[in-house]
Ligand binder design. Sequence first.
Ligand SMILES: NC(=O)c1ccc[n+]([C@@H]2O[C@H](COP(=O)([O-])OP(=O)(O)OC[C@H]3O[C@@H](n4cnc5c(N)ncnc54)[C@H](OP(=O)(O)O)[C@@H]3O)[C@@H](O)[C@H]2O)c1
Length: 243
Amino acid sequence: MKHIIIITGAGKGIGKAVALDFAKASKAYHDFEPHLILVSRTLDDLETVAAECRSCGATADLFQADISDIAQINQLVSATLERYGTIDCLVNNAGVGRFKPFTELTVEDYEYTMATNLKGTFFITQKVFPVMEQKRSGHIFFITSIAAETAFKSSSLYSMSKFGQKGFLESIRLYAKSCNVRITNVMPGAVSTPMWGEVAEEMKGVMMMPEDISGPLVNAYLLPQRTSVEELVIRPVGGDINE
Ligand SMILES: NC(=O)c1ccc[n+]([C@@H]2O[C@H](COP(=O)([O-])OP(=O)(O)OC[C@H]3O[C@@H](n4cnc5c(N)ncnc54)[C@H](OP(=O)(O)O)[C@@H]3O)[C@@H](O)[C@H]2O)c1
């Protein structure tokens, strides 16, 4: 069966690993035919990821979009519905972080963080949810963070946005339950991705890898529709690496 899956922030890091693991699952499950809609602002990244997904047996479209722009979200969702008529899964993964002492954060840092993590996540979900509500099936993942419930000194803005995402998803789960739609909050600790920039080798050694997050996410999707994994809390075995 064909599954139309939108993944935001699919060009790098965790989003890329999610796309690849969905694509690989098409080999393991004969009736699972993922069609991946890969979204980010950088076309080159998406082309690379799409080629890798296709080589694993999935079909994939690229959609260059900035989810902080509501017009671009509307275009993405409308184009997907015009072409495929439905959406089975939305992975709200695109996210940004500016990590500095709270007194050094600027208005630009604030607006940049909130525009993607809160505004973008809210409005893409608002646009996709009614499709799932109407057909009484679907699955929406939110890649929040451990920082959605644990504070770290340098993560004031990031935590504000991630606590906000958690509040939002818990609220919409109350609607989703009544129409058979699954909502999963994925809360990773530190994962080695481009989001961290350059990190020392010693620090990389205590971080997780993107596939440590994407594997459990894809498994949660492939469970029978009657079962909802509501939260995945995934930490490095040694615990959190920041304070
Ligand atoms: N890495 C960690 O330790 C960690 C831990 C917990 C949670 N998370 C969360 O996991 C998610 C993915 O993080 P990551 O570490 O994989 O980050 P990453 O390596 O920086 O990748 C982020 C992806 O999102 C895209 N993106 C960012 N803003 C976007 C926007 N406005 N519109 C469309 N695409 C956008 C980026 O591509 P472009 O820049 O090309 O658009 C990129 O493809 C984020 O929500 C993050 O908060 C990460």
